[in-house]
Structure formats: structure tokens, C-alpha cells
Unconditional design. Structure first.
Length: 366
């Protein structure tokens, strides 16, 4: 079997935050989110789907796939997934081991694993070493509202939907306090701050949040790769530390673990180098005794890949559901909505579902 073509589909799909008021900082600065899908075709008619992290970087990622990666892969066997990943990382190292280059490799890798599983006539989780059936607990990952009333509204809504774990994207105490008062003590609260502070400011903020019984605080320090400062903060704070959505490859995570910088590691399959690299990171985290909490605020093949990876992990942790509602979904909406607090996964071959071609057609960027 050989790869005959690789197509890239750039999409932008409008969404609703569930509240009308925008945050003062206009978090992510978007009323629609970008998608960069990859379709790999073979001479046996088997098709694989993948996607890359593309929020606000959709076009450069697409160009990297088309011009830096595609010429290397036409005519190769798609079943040599891990070898292709290695060769792409080696060949493209000149252009950077992180960011756009690795996002592009991630999309290709996910699509190749989809092909391998379809060729084997098995669900991807079987290929990854699981029989399936494992419960995968979800958490609601809220938008950044920077508004107390909006936080209360969304927390109450998530609670009513059955979520037992809720993540904020706030940086002010008033919103964190409002969430705890709204949710009570029986629901876990995490706070993703998105790398806003110096180490001294982060220390002050975490000290002031200790009364709110937080499950973790995520990426409190800028830059995110300052693992030494993150480690120092972790040793000084009673609140567990999570990080990893901005790290690429297992080498970056090894630096993080060597520094004892995190309680929870958060690799993103659409960023780190795909399923192949995610597997390495999970094994590494297991050796270091660090719990993996996959980063997955996505709605394309990367989200499905995360579900399959979690099935293969002895302790899958919590799985993220970005708490927004799209105008249209690439897969049935129930795919992203947990039942009784847990995600379900298709037992069909490959990733389980192929994306809706009509949605791709309607929301493709011309």
C-alpha cells in the first residue's frame, strides 16, 4: 500500500460561548475557531484523517503540510507510521522542533494511525493495546469570561449537565471565588491561567487561591518552558501544578519531569507530534510517576485520537471538553458530550468516525 495523495482542508466554524458578554481581553479573539484537517489517500482506497492545532495559525500549518511534508510522503507506505514520524522530525528539524512544524507532523501522524487501524480492520484503541470499554471521565473546560456573573452562569450550567470537574480560564480571584461559591465543595475546580505571570506574581496569586481547594493551577508562569521556576513554585505552593499544552516532543516533557515541575502533564496530540509522540510521553510520565491529563479542547480527529489514547492508558486521568457550542460539528454532537460525566467511544474501525464532508464543504476557507 502506498500514499497517493494528501489533502489539507482549512475550516473556520462559528461558535457560541453560551453568554453574550465578551471578556475584556477578548480571550482567543475569536467568534469562530480554526481547523486544519488532513486527508491521506492510498492506492488501496483506505483514507486516513488527522488534524493539527490551528487556532490562529491555520494557514501557516496548512502551508507547512503542503510544502514541507507532502513531498516527502507521496509513494511511501502509510503503515510505517512510527518510521515516518521519525524521518519527518529528523528531516524538518532545521525549521524548528516545536510550534508550526510539529503541529503539521501531528496531523499527518494521526491520519496514518487511522489508516493503520482501518487496514487492520480494528478500532484504533485495539491497535494501541486496549480492548476498549474503559470509562473516561470528562471535565468542562470553560471559556475565559472575566466576569463574575458569566462564570456563575456557566458553572451552574456545567454542573446541571452532570460534570463533576470544571476548569476555568480566569486570572482574577473574583471569578475563582465565584466559581467555588457556585459549585460548592463537591465539584473539582481547575484554573488554566495561560502563562500570564512572572514567578513572583504567580507565587502571590497561588498563595491567595489556597482557600479555594483547587484541583490544579495550569501554566501560571511565562514563559511556559521555564521549568525551573515552575518547579520552585510547585515546591512552595499547596496547589498542584499542571502544564504541557505548549510543550512538543517527549524531550521537552523529559526536561519538565527532570525538573519536577508538574503534578499533572498535559500533552496535546495535535501539538506534540501526534499519537506516536504522545505514546512516548505517556510512557515517560509513567516512569516518573506523573499523571497525564490530556489536553484536548478540540473537535476534529485530534479529539477522537485522544479518546483512543485514553483507552490505552492504564490511568487515563480526566479528559477535556471545551465548553462552547458550534454552529456545525464534524462528527455527531454526542461525540463531544459526556453521558453521566463520561465520554463514550465508537467501536468502529480506525478513529471510529470519518468527518462530515458536508460540514467540510460548507465551512472550508476558500
Amino acid at each position: 500500500m502506498k500514499i497517493t495523495d494528501i489533502q489539507v482542508f482549512e475550516l473556520t466554524i462559528p461558535f457560541s460561548r453560551g453568554v453574550n458578554k465578551k471578556s475584556p481581553s477578548n480571550f482567543l479573539k475569536a467568534d469562530a475557531l480554526d481547523f486544519c484537517l488532513v486527508k491521506i489517500e492510498t492506492d488501496q482506497g483506505i483514507i486516513g484523517w488527522g488534524d493539527a492545532f490551528a487556532y490562529h495559525c491555520r494557514r501557516p500549518v496548512a502551508e507547512a503540510i503542503n510544502h514541507m511534508i507532502k513531498p516527502h510522503l507521496i509513494g511511501k507506505s502509510p503503515l510505517n507510521v512510527q518510521q515516518i514520524n521519525f524521518e519527518l522530525q529528523k528531516t524538518l528539524h532545521l525549521f524548528g522542533r516545536y510550534g508550526i512544524t510539529m503541529f503539521a507532523i501531528s496531523a499527518i501522524d494521526i491520519a496514518l494511525w487511522d489508516i493503520l487501524a482501518k487496514f487492520s480492520n480494528l478500532p484504533l484503541y485495539n491497535i494501541l493495546g486496549s480492548s476498549g470499554g474503559k470509562k473516561m471521565e470528562a471535565y468542562a473546560s470553560l471559556w475565559r469570561y472575566e466576569d463574575v456573573d458569566s462564570v456563575k452562569d456557566r458553572c451552574e450550567h456545567a454542573k446541571n449537565l452532570g460534570y463533576k470537574h470544571i476548569k476555568l480560564h480566569e486570572i482574577h480571584t473574583s471569578e475563582v471565588e465565584a466559581a467555588r461559591n457556585t459549585l460548592g465543595e463537591d465539584i473539582s475546580i481547575m484554573v488554566d491561567t495561560n502563562c500570564p505571570w512572572t514567578k513572583d506574581k504567580a507565587r502571590q496569586m497561588l498563595n491567595s487561591w489556597e482557600d479555594y481547594n483547587l484541583y490544579w493551577v495550569e501554566e501560571p508562569i511565562n514563559p511556559p518552558e521555564d521549568f525551573e521556576s515552575l518547579s520552585n513554585l510547585r515546591s512552595e505552593s499547596l496547589i498542584p501544578i499542571a502544564a504541557g499544552e505548549n510543550a512538543c516532543t517527549s524531550f521537552e516533557f523529559k526536561k519538565m519531569f527532570d525538573a519536577e515541575a508538574v503534578d499533572y502533564a498535559q500533552p496535546s496530540v495535535t501539538k506534540v507530534g501526534g499519537i506516536t509522540e504522545f505514546k512516548k510521553i505517556y510512557s515517560l510520565a509513567d516512569n516518573y510517576g506523573v499523571q497525564v491529563m490530556p489536553h484536548s479542547p478540540y473537535f476534529g480527529p485530534g479529539f477522537l485520537a485522544t479518546l483512543h489514547l485514553s483507552q490505552s492508558m492504564p490511568n487515563p486521568g480526566l479528559l477535556e471538553r471545551f465548553f462552547i457550542d458550534f454552529e456545525a460539528y464534524l462528527y455527531p454532537e454526542k461525540t463531544f458530550n459526556p453521558k453521566d460525566g463520561f465520554f463514550e467511544i465508537s467501536d468502529h474501525i480506525g478513529l471510529g468516525i470519518d468527518p462530515d464532508l458536508d460540514v467540510i464543504k460548507d465551512y472550508r476557507v476558500k
